[in-house]
Every structure is written in C-alpha cells, then in structure tokens.
Design a binder for this molecule. Sequence first.
Ligand SMILES: Nc1nc2c(ncn2[C@@H]2O[C@H](COP(=O)(O)OP(=O)(O)O)[C@@H](O)[C@H]2O)c(=O)[nH]1
Ligand SMILES: [Mg+2]
Length: 455
Amino acid sequence: MFPLDDTIAAIASAPGGAARGIVRLSGPDVVACVARCFQAGGGRNLRDVHYPTVVPGRMILPSPLAPLPCDLYLWPGERSYTRQPSAEVHTFGSPPLLEMALETLCGAGARLAEPGEFTMRAFLAGRLDLTQAEAVLGVIDAQSRRELDVALSQLAGGLTGPLHEIRNRLLDLLAHLEAGLDFVDEDIEFISAAELERQLDEAADVVRTTAEQMIARGAAPEAWRVAIVGWPNVGKSSLWNALAGESAALVSEQAGTTRDYLRRRVAWDHLSLELVDTAGIEPDAVLDDIASAAQAMTSEQTAQAHLVLFCLDGARPLNRWEVESLARPQGAAPRIVVATKADLPSMLVLNLPHIPVSSVTGAGLENLRSRIAETIAASHEETAVVAGTAIRCREGLRLAADSLHRARDAAAHGLGEELIAAEVRIALDELGKVVGRIYTDDVLDRIFSRFCIGK
Ligand SMILES: Nc1nc2c(ncn2[C@@H]2O[C@H](COP(=O)(O)OP(=O)(O)O)[C@@H](O)[C@H]2O)c(=O)[nH]1
Ligand SMILES: [Mg+2]
C-alpha cells in the first residue's frame, strides 16, 4: 500500500518560474541514483559523504543540453525529513529545466512521488504525528502570515503534546492494571483504588480540555460569541443594548442588576455574532447565592467566548481587580479593551490600546464594530487551517473521554479491573488514532491525498 523501499522524486518548489527550483528525492538508493547523473565539483565521490552536506556540481542532462549547474543537498543517512537517505537538487527555477532534471533522475532509478508521499514517509518513520502532518499541509496552504503561525505552532506539537503525555501515563496505568490481573489470587494491589480514580480523572480532564481547544480552534461556529465582561456598573448592559440595537437587557443604576447572562444574535455584513451580556465580576465581594451563580456564569461565558470585550468605566479610575485583569488576560480568546461612558469627563488613565465608546451618544460604536469584525476575521482564518485536524480528532477525543469516564466510574464502584483495563485500552486506541500512533490506511489516504506532489 505504502512502499518505502523505492526511491521517490518530485519537483518540490512551487509551480511556475522562480529564481530557484528544487527537485527532491527520498529512498534507500538516493546516492546511487544521483551518482548516475550528477558530477560533483572537484571530482568528489558522493559515496564518501557521510553527513548532511551541500555538494556543488553539475547534472548531466540528455544531449544536446549542456550540463546543469546545481547544488546537491545530500542527507546520506537517517538524519533527514523522511529518516531515509534524501537529496535535493537546487538549481534554476525554470519549469522545463526542472522537469528535465526530474526525468533524468527517474531514468537513473527514481520513480515519481505521489502527492504527500514525502510527508507520509516522514510520518511512517515516526518523524511527525498526524496532526503535525496536517500542519505541514497548513504551511503549504497558508495564505497569510497568521495562518502560517497557527500551522507552525501545530507543527511544534502544540495540541498533541499533552495527549502524548497522557497516553504514556495511561500505558503505565494499564501495565499496573494488567499486572494486577496476573496476580489476582495473591491479592496484591499494584495501584490503590484512590490513585487509580485520581489518574483516570486527570486523564479524562486533559482529553476533554484538548478536545475543547481543538473544537474551539477548528470548527467555524454558527455564530461568533462575543462576551461583554467587566466590573459591575461599568456600562456592559448599556453597551450590549447599544451594539445590538434594541433595549432588551436590564439596565440599572444599582450595581449587580444583571443576574443572568443575556444573549442576542446580530448580523453585521457577513458576520453572524452572538452578543453575550454577563453579570459583573466581583471576586472579593460577599455574594449571595444568585450573585455567585451569576459570577460562575460570567467565567463560563468568558471561557466559551470567541472574543471578549473587556469594559472599563471611562468616568472613574481603574480599580485593583481591573489593573490585575489587564495585566493577565483570561482564556485564549482575543480581547478588545473598551472604555465606556465617553460622553462623561474622562477619569481613566490607560496606556494600552482601547476604544472609547458612549452608549448614550453612540460615539465610538462604529469604530468598535469594525474592530470586532476585524478581530473575528483574523480568528476565522486561523480556524480554516486547523479545521481538518479538528474534525478528525474531535470524535476520537470524545470516545476516549467517554471511556475514561466509564473506567473511572467502574473504579469508583469497585468493579473488576478487567473492566477498567478494557475501557483504558479503548481510550488508548482512540488517543493513538488522534496522535497517529495507530492509523488506518483510510485515515492516511484522506490526509496525504490532500498534499501536492513533492511534499
Ligand atoms: N453617561 C453615561 N452613562 C452610562 C453609559 N453607559 C452606561 N451608563 C450608566 O452606567 C450605569 C450602569 O450601566 P449598566 O449598563 O447597567 O452597567 P453594567 O452593570 O456593567 O451592566 C447606568 O446608570 C447607566 O445608565 C454611557 O455611555 N454614558
Ligand atoms: Mg448589567
């Protein structure tokens, strides 16, 4: 299905003319194949190259063409992208010349690579996991600097790091459980029930949080959730009304009237938004039950938001909580700082970017609207890059979390270790699929067929 023992070749530089073009090769016979049509400068023998090296020289093309000057980048051993002997011929970026060079290399023993076959070899060699392979695709496809950043941070294993770690811990746990099974009669406890429950809980937590991050990053939401947060009485509900354009939220002169959060859908141009008005945050106050429920709801809304409008009262100086909150933003969502009550004399000293608005006069609202739209457009690009990964991983992580919960319940109810071990094994399988340790031809086909040839 995926042969690794032949030598593949493809043009790896972007199609169309460019200053420099690259033909890439990977496979056990790379050196022999290149040696048949490449003359190294100074009569150097390629078989004497033992470390990744750049060898200037000329490629012999079929007559009547003159030899093609080029630099040969040679990875003679396993220290390459694919962990196979690999080479790159760097030369002029002229498409007919590159095709001629490729044809010559194929005549010397290489075969044309399939789309994504280099990255597939890297993956099969354990160099990348599946999410990283998809990130390579993201880098290739990246339309903007921002997309590239996201793709690269995924390449660095950003999302899969914690999953690898939890998978290793679950493997240990499974080993303990299975050791216990082997010694049932002797009644030896390899891991205490409390420790077992704790570890299962922790694993389920990591899986769930990672799944949430992937979903948040990967799925374009039906509506972008914009949460309006801030200290009581700064004018959040008024802003919510002003932005939404209708008076549905409760506005009051007494602090703490917004007991619940209120949401309203608005459509601006092509953007569908859900504006969420939250209760004020009052971490140090003595709160009654309803107020503390409202507080919890606010944190939840902040955590689920795609964008946070952090409101400060323009008519008074910052309080301590506001100073601290400005210093360390909560959650991963981008934040826009809004100074409210711009119609009143300003008492706010703020040396970071912020948007003054007045819900009474409407001043600054247009400006705020376009900043919201810009920020969301930027997150939208980010979403497109990781969507593929997210869709593939979401289901697997959900199944893994379910199994871990069932394992934990089984442990809590003192049910047999066989049952717990079976659930842990299912969770491991699912996590393995996500990080690419277990894969099916079907999954591989789906991912690698999206690559272009030469990658
Ligand atoms: N002058 C002025 N007063 C405002 C503005 N926005 C809100 N307020 C007043 O500030 C108080 C608190 O407003 P509210 O929206 O309920 O604040 P919340 O607790 O943050 O939701 C109310 O008395 C509002 O009338 C504004 O833009 N200008
Ligand atoms: Mg309010």
